[in-house]
Write a protein that binds this ligand. Structure first.
Ligand SMILES: [Zn+2]
Length: 346
């Protein structure tokens, strides 16, 4: 399929909410295809069918966007895991696979870049050049393979986010630029998240907003402030975890004994599909235009969010119908009256 799509991101945003789905790295780690720690998406080359399947799962669950899994597929990270030689092929293959599955459902394809860990606000020029070179090579390959737009995400610094935006603009690609909002109110280079979004909007971003780090409860108040500060579409892709006023970001969630649970023991804080559906409704109601999910998200969350937004998805054929459960449903209540529960919960 040629990119950009006949119905572009901007057209779809003008028509209504665009539903996204991310959290590929976390989900593929759970499935046994990515190593926790480095979180480098080696799965792209090592087990491409596993990546295809997750794309397809999110597509069936209603996602309008297939995000190429190039998160952490940049030069420094691949060097860390001894795969620097695979850099180009990994990036190209990720975009090809996203295109392949997007074509099964007329979805958009997003290129993906993220915080590089190379940016240093004390050395913005020198470190910025390193960041820029990594973005240029990643997005150059993505543009050649075909993407509709770029998601430049989990930014910690406005300075680094602006470099990502600029590289997108030089390649003629619409950019959705988002912050991770790990800290209570400001980026690591000292800008209030709301102000940082406004500056990105002023510099020509197509969409600005937040992804990762915060769960629905702590992302929504910040989203309301961003909504009133910018005129362009905004994005929200929270993590499906119960963050709170005292712990706004999931990186700091702890057990009752004070043990840090991030990144691979977060299950006690997991949001249900119903909570994520409620988030989707609330986000839509405050005017969020691009609604999605990040680390920890899975297809059942995405389907519930899509249905909360009034959609029927290919996976909706198998959406819950608890009334048909032999014990919990009407039939179960009848058989209980008739004299006995059966072990129906298979
Ligand atoms: Zn995330």
């Amino acid at each position: 399929m040629a990119r950009p799509s006949p119905r572009t991101l901007q057209q779809r945003l003008a028509d209504g909410v665009v539903l996204g789905a991310e959290g590929y790295v976390f989900e593929l780690e759970r499935r046994g295809y990515v190593k926790a720690g480095p979180f480098v998406p080696e799965v792209i080359l090592d087990e491409p069918d596993a990546l295809r399947q997750l794309h397809r799962d999110f597509l069936r669950a209603g996602s309008d966007v297939m995000v190429a899994l190039t998160y952490y597929a940049h030069r420094d990270k691949l060097k860390d895991v001894g795969r620097a030689d695979d850099l180009e092929e990994m990036n190209r293959q990720a975009v090809r696979i996203a295109n392949e599955i997007a074509a099964e459902g007329a979805a958009l394809v997003a290129g993906n870049i993220c915080n590089t860990w190379a940016y240093d606000p004390k050395e913005p020029v020198a470190s910025g050049a390193v960041v820029r070179a990594q973005y240029e090579e990643q997005l150059g390959w993505a543009a050649q393979e075909g993407v509709d737009f770029v998601i430049a995400e989990t930014n910690d610094y406005l300075g680094e986010a602006l470099i990502g935006l600029q590289v997108c603009q030089e390649l003629g690609l619409p950019a959705m630029v988002t912050f991770a909002s790990v800290q209570p109110s400001t980026t690591y280079d000292g800008y209030d998240y709301v102000e940082a979004c406004r500056i990105l909007a002023d510099h020509g971003a197509t969409v600005v907003g937040l992804n990762c780090s915060r769960g629905p409860a702590t992302m929504l108040p910040l989203l309301e402030r961003i909504r009133s500060a910018v005129d362009i579409p905004i994005a929200a892709q929270p993590v499906p975890f119960h963050t709170s006023h005292t712990t706004p970001a999931f990186e700091s969630l702890e057990s009752a004994e004070g043990q840090r649970l991030f990144p691979i023991q977060l299950e006690p804080f997991q949001c249900s599909r119903f909570e994520m559906a409620e988030f989707a409704r609330q986000a839509r109601d405050i005017g969020v235009n691009y609604i999605g999910i990040c680390c920890g998200g899975a297809p059942h969350h995405v389907r519930a969010m899509a249905e909360a937004l009034g959609r029927e998805t290919p996976a909706s054929r198998y959406s819950p119908d608890i009334a048909l459960h032999p014990v919990l449903g009407i039939a179960g209540i009848e058989s209980q009256v008739m004299g006995g529960w059966s072990t129906g919960a298979g």
